[in-house]
Each structure stands twice: as structure tokens, then as C-alpha cells.
Design a protein around this ligand. Structure first.
Ligand code: T4K
Length: 431
């Protein structure tokens, strides 16, 4: 990669230092793609490459549903998927839906949430929007810097007479402190829901995630560990809640010509359920790939000063869907965003989930302009976290290369940062 003699290649500045020849296969800073070198990968490497089960079984199911001419509205595949998920998670009810955002809206409405609901800001925007969409105020609570999940002590401080519930998020598939949150909810008479969008296939205290709180919501979006193209589900042991959600996801119809509730269209299609049924059969393979990637990343980045990663509890079931680094700029002398820019230039499309935090996005930043003052850990994390490509998009070779680039950028942190700053000054001289 370093010594490309192609005359049509853009002229590159001379390497600053060659002492690290071979690191990242780059030979020198100037050969990083951000500074004009050729990218390490010709095709982009994505964070959320979909896990797809056996293609022939999927196509067989699609042919079958086309033959049956039953495409949606609680079809046979949706019902089969719901029963299989109930068994897998160990809950009484699974209500499949078109995506997790609608599922969160329906679950929170069916659970009777109103007024204020306590949620983390360190989450995907859907957790907050599902409330605000219904004119319920999301009250942003800080997270524990170690777990990245809601800090129960801070939850308790935010309860007011208007609070009706808490939505915890099992970020990266790692469980919230369910005992503490269940205790608060019980003592304070609050509903407790979990946004388990990341946590399908994960367990906590030996029980599958999905069985905690009043209800839990999974996302089956294409980028998730287990996907139905788009999709989601609410799982619960509460018969009444499940019955309400079944009505709500189907406009409130209790039978032909009989609407007994306000509802919406939250139904999952048959083709989505076919994808889900097929994926369920291959979950163990998805976990194996994710786990191997996670371990390879850990091996390759071990001992890199200022770079730590979130760990999964090996005594529990984990889906290992996210490989998440934290960059401590004081040690690396190069910020998370600079590392991200270096990676993107190399065609490694890492992501900085959940930057900048829900509280810094609209409409919340206008509603609560000073929310950040109460969210110091969230603010800190949103500047440090970097999510790396995994899943079937990458294997050991790609991971080794990605890690070499990160190691190289960190080992020359101050220099790389300076060069990036100079470059952006040249590009945007007025700023
Ligand atoms: N709660 C939480 C905690 C969540 O994380 C999410 C969703 C939700 C609720 C709501 O669930 P859903 O309503 O979506 O069921 C992605 C996903 O779109 C989103 O589902 C997910 N969280 C979030 C964390 O990540 P973006 O904006 O980053 O998506 P996008 O299009 O940039 O895709 C991410 C990467 O995946 C890209 O590098 C491209 C690649 N990709 C994506 C798709 C869709 C593929 O390679 N193939 C694909 O088909 O939000």
C-alpha cells in the first residue's frame, strides 16, 4: 500500500516520519488515506451489516407466502414467529410489530405512560421520540460510565409528581441494573419498560432479556443482531397489556367493523416474519461470528494506552453485536473524532453512537437547553465512544488491518491530530 507508483494517483506529501514503516501497512503518516494515501479497503466496511440466515430456506418461505397469498395482517408466519420468540425468551406474550419505534410507542401508550418518563439520553433517538410523539416528556437521566446504562441513583432524583414511568435501555445488549430499577418502580408506583433493541439473545441473571419490567421492546431492524428487514416486538408476561397492544397495533380493531380502541398500524408483514423465522434458525452462527470478531479486536488492541473497550459478561448469553471502544484523549493525544476521520478515509465506516446524546438533538435541545449540566457522564461518553465494524462484514484479516490503523493513529496521536487540523484549516481557511 505504501509504495504505489501509479502515475494517476494523487500526489502525496512525503512521509513525515518513516521510523514506523510497516505500521498499518502505511509506511508513514502521509500514506494514511486521510492525507492522500490509497484507502486500506476498496469497499466500505459497515457497522451494521445485516445477518442473513439460510437464503434457500428464506426464499422457500417467501415462495410459500406468495403461493398462499397472505402477505400481512397477523399471518401464519407472524404467528409462528411470535410463538417461537415467546419460547426463546421465556415470556407469555410476544407481539410482533413493524419496527421497534412503533413498538415503543405502543408499549408506552398501552402501559398508560403520561406526563414525564425517565429515559437515558445516551441512546438512539427513538427512545425519546416514542414519548415526545405522544406529548409525554422524556426526562433525561445520566448513565453509569462503567455500564453505559441508566444510573438508578440518579433516576430516583428525577422523579416528580408527573412521573409515570421509566424506560431503561440495555445499551449494546448489556443489561440495565434491573433489580434497582424494579425496586424504584415498585416503591414509587411507576411503570417500568425496557428498550431492549440491542439485547435480543442476551441474558441477565440467567434469564433471557425480555422478561424484565412490565414489558420489553426488541428491534429487528436490518442492522440488529437478529433482523426481519424492519421489525420489532414487545414481550411481556402481562395478559392485559398484551391484549391492549394487539388491538393498538391493528387500528384498534376487535373484529370486523368493530374498533374499540385508538390504534395505529404497527403490524409486521409476512415477508418480515419469514426473514425472522429463517434468522432464528441461524442465531448460533451469528453469535459465533460476532464473538470471534469481538475477541480478535480485543487481541489486536490489547494494551493500547488510552483505548479501552466494553466487555460482555461471559457467564451470560451475549450476542456480541457491538464492538465498542472508548478513547481517552488525554492519554492518546488524539481525539475519538480524529480517529473516526482517519478510519472513514480508509473506508472503515465506524460510528460514534450515540453522539451527541438525545438531549443535544431537536426538539430536546430547544426544550431543555441546559440538560447537559445534569448529564456529565453522558456528555463524556458521547465524546469517547467509537463503534467498529463487525458481523459478517469483517473477518480476522480486516480486523487486523483496522486495528493496525487505530494503533498507528494512536501511536502518532499528536502528529496525526496536528496534520488533520492543518488540513481542515487549508480546506476551510475562514473558520
Ligand atoms: N432503541 C434503540 C436503543 C435503538 O438502537 C434503535 C435503533 C431503536 C430503539 C429503534 O429501532 P427501529 O425502529 O429501527 O427498529 C441504525 C439503525 O437504523 C437503527 O435501527 C439503530 N437503532 C441504530 C443504532 O443504528 P443509523 O442511522 O446508524 O443507520 P444507518 O442507515 O446509518 O446504518 C448503519 C450502518 O449499517 C451503515 O454503515 C450502513 C449499514 N447498513 C444499514 C442497513 C439499513 C447495511 O449495511 N445494510 C442495511 O440494510 O441507525
Amino acid at each position: 500500500m505504501a509504495g504505489d507508483s501509479d502515475a494517476t494517483a494523487p500526489e502525496r506529501p512525503a512521509p513525515l516520519v518513516d521510523g514506523e514503516a510497516g505500521a498499518a501497512g502505511k509506511g508513514g503518516i502521509a500514506n494514511l488515506a486521510a492525507f492522500g494515501g490509497p484507502p486500506a479497503f476498496s469497499e466500505p466496511l459497515h457497522v451494521g451489516r445485516p445477518n442473513v440466515g439460510d437464503r434457500n430456506r428464506l426464499l422457500g418461505r417467501i415462495n410459500d407466502l406468495l403461493d398462499r397469498k397472505w402477505l400481512t395482517n397477523n399471518g401464519a408466519y407472524v404467528q409462528e414467529l411470535e410463538r417461537k420468540i415467546e419460547d426463546f425468551v421465556g415470556v407469555k406474550h410476544c407481539v410482533a410489530m413493524c419496527n421497534a419505534t412503533i413498538a415503543l410507542e405502543i408499549a408506552s401508550r398501552a402501559a398508560g405512560l403520561t406526563g414525564e418518563v425517565i429515559v437515558p439520553s445516551f441512546t438512539f433517538i427513538a427512545t425519546a421520540h416514542c414519548l415526545q410523539w405522544q406529548e409525554i416528556t422524556p426526562v433525561f437521566c445520566d448513565v453509569d460510565s462503567r455500564t453505559h446504562n441508566l444510573d438508578p441513583a440518579r433516576v430516583e432524583q428525577l422523579i416528580t409528581p408527573r412521573t409515570t414511568g421509566i424506560i431503561g435501555v440495555h445499551v449494546w445488549g448489556r443489561p440495565c441494573d434491573t433489580d434497582a430499577l424494579e425496586d424504584i418502580a415498585r416503591r414509587r408506583g411507576l411503570k417500568l419498560l425496557f428498550d431492549a433493541a440491542h439485547a435480543f439473545g442476551c441474558s441477565h441473571q440467567g434469564r433471557m432479556i425480555g422478561g424484565f419490567g412490565d414489558a420489553e421492546v426488541f428491534s429487528f431492524h436490518a442492522t440488529k443482531f437478529f433482523n426481519t428487514f424492519e421489525g420489532g416486538a414487545v414481550v411481556t408476561d402481562d395478559d392485559e397489556l398484551a391484549a391492549k397492544m394487539r388491538l393498538m397495533k391493528n387500528f384498534g380493531f376487535a373484529g370486523y367493523d368493530n374498533v374499540i380502541y385508538i390504534g395505529t398500524n404497527g403490524k409486521m408483514t409476512e415477508v418480515a416474519a419469514a426473514m425472522g423465522l429463517t434468522g432464528l434458525e441461524d442465531l448460533h452462527q451469528f453469535v459465533a461470528v460476532n464473538r470471534a470478531n469481538y475477541e480478535e479486536y480485543r487481541r489486536q488492541l490489547a494494551g493500547l494506552p488510552g483505548v479501552s473497550w466494553i466487555c460482555y459478561d461471559e457467564t451470560e448469553k451475549c450476542n456480541y453485536q457491538y464492538v465498542v471502544l472508548e478513547v481517552d484523549e488525554e492519554v492518546t493525544h488524539i481525539g475519538r473524532d480524529d480517529i473516526l476521520n482517519i478510519l472513514i478515509a480508509e473506508n472503515v465506516l465506524a460510528r460514534r453512537y450515540f453522539y451527541p446524546g438525545c438531549h443535544r438533538m431537536e426538539p430536546y435541545r430547544s426544550y431543555f437547553p441546559h440538560a447537559g449540566l445534569l448529564l456529565p457522564e453522558t456528555e463524556r461518553l458521547t465524546k469517547r465512544v467509537l463503534v467498529l465494524p463487525t458481523g459478517t462484514a469483517v473477518g480476522p484479516d480486516e480486523i487486523r488491518q483496522i486495528c493496525q490503523i487505530i494503533r498507528f493513529a494512536v501511536s502518532r496521536g499528536a502528529e496525526v491530530r496536528l496534520r488533520l487540523a492543518e488540513q481542515s484549516k487549508a480546506l476551510f481557511p475562514i473558520i
